[in-house]
Design a protein around this ligand. Structure first.
Ligand code: UDP
Length: 258
């Protein structure tokens, strides 16, 4: 039951630390906090902060503003965890894909049992190449048969097709909306359109649909556990090398930005 699983009182905003002037919220259990926001019908934009995004935000004030306005910024990347540990904050990494998976699993099982007012908790997937978000939805139906994915849309629609998507969202009023358009496109898109479903949890999930659909896979556990997930991404997608130049720059910033 959801109510039993939740701590007695969850603060309305989680405490936060700073990574190069950007917030990172510190919470031992993000999912319980998110479920309490869902119950209270509070909208949430989740940003999954990693070193690449922090370096992008340093060059792009509009992106930094969107990150600062998000209700929840989680330490998605090993670099962010390293930066905070250097400053005495012992946080654990929380990859966005894992938070999304925990949230979908709880939405599929616990919310309908524990909080009938949220049942079914409608979920929408937006992003990825044509067919990918549909395949991800099929995979989720297999993993968690109670999951209520009410719609999917690929991430390559034309500007002329956008109004139809926005109207669909307005009509369906999903409570959890996963947006996988890549950084920073997904963050800007969510910030611009979240008013359409003001009570929803909106998450920028990057390439998570590709992974659920089976078109890409995550790094093996031993690489993930040793903060080396980025090496696997570079091996799978060598074109990323230019973007990944941000990583050593971020490491340097970690030592010099006080
Ligand atoms: N994508 C999309 N529309 C676009 C550009 C990208 O839907 O116009 C999708 C792409 O198919 C992929 C995801 O966005 O599924 C980006 O994944 P990536 O792992 O590159 O995300 P990031 O590293 O930026 O978080």
């Amino acid at each position: 039951m959801l109510k039993k699983a939740m701590p007695r009182s969850l603060p309305s905003l989680p405490p936060q630390a700073s990574v190069m002037g950007l917030p990172v919220h510190l919470q031992s259990n993000y999912v319980d906090w998110l479920l309490s926001q869902l119950q209270q019908k509070k909208g949430v934009h989740i940003v999954t902060l990693n070193a690449e995004m922090a370096m992008q935000a340093e060059q792009d004030e509009a992106l930094a503003t969107v990150i600062r306005q998000a209700e929840l910024v989680i330490p998605d990347g090993a670099g962010v965890v390293f930066y905070l540990r250097l400053r005495g904050k012992l946080v654990n990494r929380c990859p966005g894909i894992e938070l999304a998976e925990m949230l979908l699993t709880r939405a599929a099982s616990q919310i309908p049992q524990g909080s009938p007012e949220l049942a079914p908790c409608p979920i929408f997937f937006y992003g990825g190449a044509p067919g990918v978000s549909e395949a991800a939805a099929v995979e989720w139906q297999r993993r968690a048969p109670g999951v209520a994915i009410v719609g999917t849309q690929n991430g390559y629609i034309t500007p002329a097709e956008q109004p139809q998507l926005l109207q669909t969202l307005a009509e369906l009023q999903p409570r959890i909306i996963l947006v996988g358009l890549g950084v920073p496109r997904q963050e800007f898109w969510i910030a611009e359109h979240r008013h359409i479903c003001p009570n929803a949890i909106w998450i920028g999930v990057g390439g998570s649909f590709d992974i659920w659909a089976g078109s890409k896979d995550r790094a093996p556990g031993w690489l993930r556990n040793n903060n080396l997930e980025w090496t696997y991404r570079l091996y799978q997608e060598p074109w990323r090398w230019r973007r990944m130049m941000a990583l050593p720059q971020f490491a340097l910033k970690s030592l010099t930005y006080w």
